[in-house]
Design a protein around this ligand. Structure first.
Ligand SMILES: Cc1ncc(COP(=O)(O)O)c(C=O)c1O
Length: 391
């Protein structure tokens, strides 16, 4: 990771450059000269039919937020824990948690949301990138060599998921030496039965939840930290007062108490993800993995496919290591039709080095890749650094 110094000489610390994320549609719009509003943005794993936000009362804007508004209780009930700490997006916790420990060795998934790795490294810890996020896996550090293990469950973008029993076993081994297991459950709301939330009264087990993905409320910047009281207090004191705005607290409380919406949304996201996997497969893009909010496809043709779809105003997230694409859900029927016509356009292009050829090669290339099953799939072949970051 190359650090760069700001042009002003002086006491500023060295800062790593910002990571690349999905959802940077304005950049794509400028690059491809297609107006912003004309794009179909599939570059994130955010629910396109998010929780419908009602009007926010004036007092939420005007008054300093207070902690007796019921948010903590509602969120705790929703996640099935006695207490938790609200934060301004789980990203706020990802950045701050590493400052709460003396430098140590931290296992991070080689392929996964790279903000974790960057934050631990910035706080002076030594990174141990783990192939497929598994300690002791191919060429990776073993659990007993680590002070902290970061697991993204399910992982973004691979979709890999770990059984609760495996994670509890890893946690027990780390905690016995004063270590931490940090589980990022940003994509867990579609399958809450796999959550480690009920175990977060155990020392050294920390779970992060987010309102950004399932609720489709990425802009409101709300997340939660589930962990022991001492850990929550240490983090709260680092983050300072009013970590969440009044409007964010208001919206989050209502969304988290809307269980009919949550249940209906789990079912509709499941249907949409099956539909997306089938549609992509029909055009030779067989998913390597995924969740109910996105599908991930390993293909050497990722740059060409991203480019050709972008020329049609369809924006998907590309990764370079391994070469792959992530497709979010299209949302409205018009979006599905547009994606299908974009894929058809790729497939029907003239043979040679045109896009049709790209899809035909991809169909062949992905045929040999075993798709991940939902729990404990096989290890990926090698640890590979991800230069960008899979939001
Ligand atoms: C795996 C994962 N964790 C955490 C985050 C941060 O989410 P937020 O800060 O919106 O809660 C993201 C965002 O893309 C993510 O993909």
């Amino acid at each position: 990771m190359t650090a760069h110094r700001l042009p002003t000489a002086g006491p500023l610390a060295l800062n790593p450059p910002p990571l690349e994320h999905g959802g940077r549609l304005r950049e794509a719009a400028a690059r491809y000269r297609i107006p912003f509003q004309d794009w179909l943005d599939l570059s994130t794993g955010i629910n396109p039919d998010g929780w419908p936000v009602p009007e926010v009362p004036g007092a939420a804007w005007a008054r300093l937020p207070e902690e007796d508004d019921g948010l903590e209780e509602t969120a705790a009930r929703c996640y099935g824990v006695p207490a938790l700490l609200p934060v301004a997006g789980s990203q706020a916790a990802i950045q701050t948690l590493p400052e709460l420990r003396v430098p140590g060795r931290v296992g991070v998934p080689a392929v996964g949301y790279q903000e974790h790795a960057q934050a631990w490294q910035r706080a002076g810890h030594t990174l141990a990138p783990l192939a497929d996020g598994v300690p002791g896996g191919d060429r990776g550090a073993g659990l007993d060599d680590l002070d902290v293990l970061v697991v993204i469950n399910p992982n973004n973008p691979t979709g890999r998921r770990w059984p609760v029993s495996t994670l509890l076993d890893w946690h027990a081994r780390l905690a016995a030496r004063g270590g931490w297991l940090l589980v990022d459950e940003a994509f867990m709301d579609t399958t809450p039965r796999h959550s480690l939330a009920p175990y977060t009264d155990r020392q050294g087990l920390i779970v992060l939840r987010s309102l950004g993905k399932f609720y489709g409320l990425a802009g409101v910047r709300v997340g939660f930290v589930l962990g022991t009281a001492d850990l929550r207090e240490a983090l709260r004191s680092r983050l300072g007062p009013w970590a969440l705005s009044g409007p964010a607290r208001h919206v989050a409380r209502l969304a988290l108490s809307d269980s009919p919406w949550q249940e209906a949304t789990r079912a509709s996201l499941r249907r949409a993800s099956v539909r997306l996997a089938a549609l992509l497969s029909d055009y030779g893009l067989v998913p390597t993995g995924g969740t109910d909010l996105f599908q991930w496809i390993c293909t050497a043709e990722a740059p060409a496919i991203q480019d050709r779809l972008a020329r049609q105003g369809i924006w998907v997230r590309r990764f370079d290591a391994p070469a792959s694409l992530r497709f979010g859900l299209p949302g409205a029927e018009a979006g599905w039709a547009r994606l299908e016509s974009g894929l058809r356009c790729l497939a029907s292009d003239v043979p040679g080095d045109g896009p049709g050829d790209v899809l035909r090669q991809t169909a062949g290339a992905t045929a040999g890749i075993r798709p991940f099953s939902s729990v404990a799939p096989p290890l990926a072949p090698a640890p590979v650094p991800v230069p960008g970051d899979p939001r």
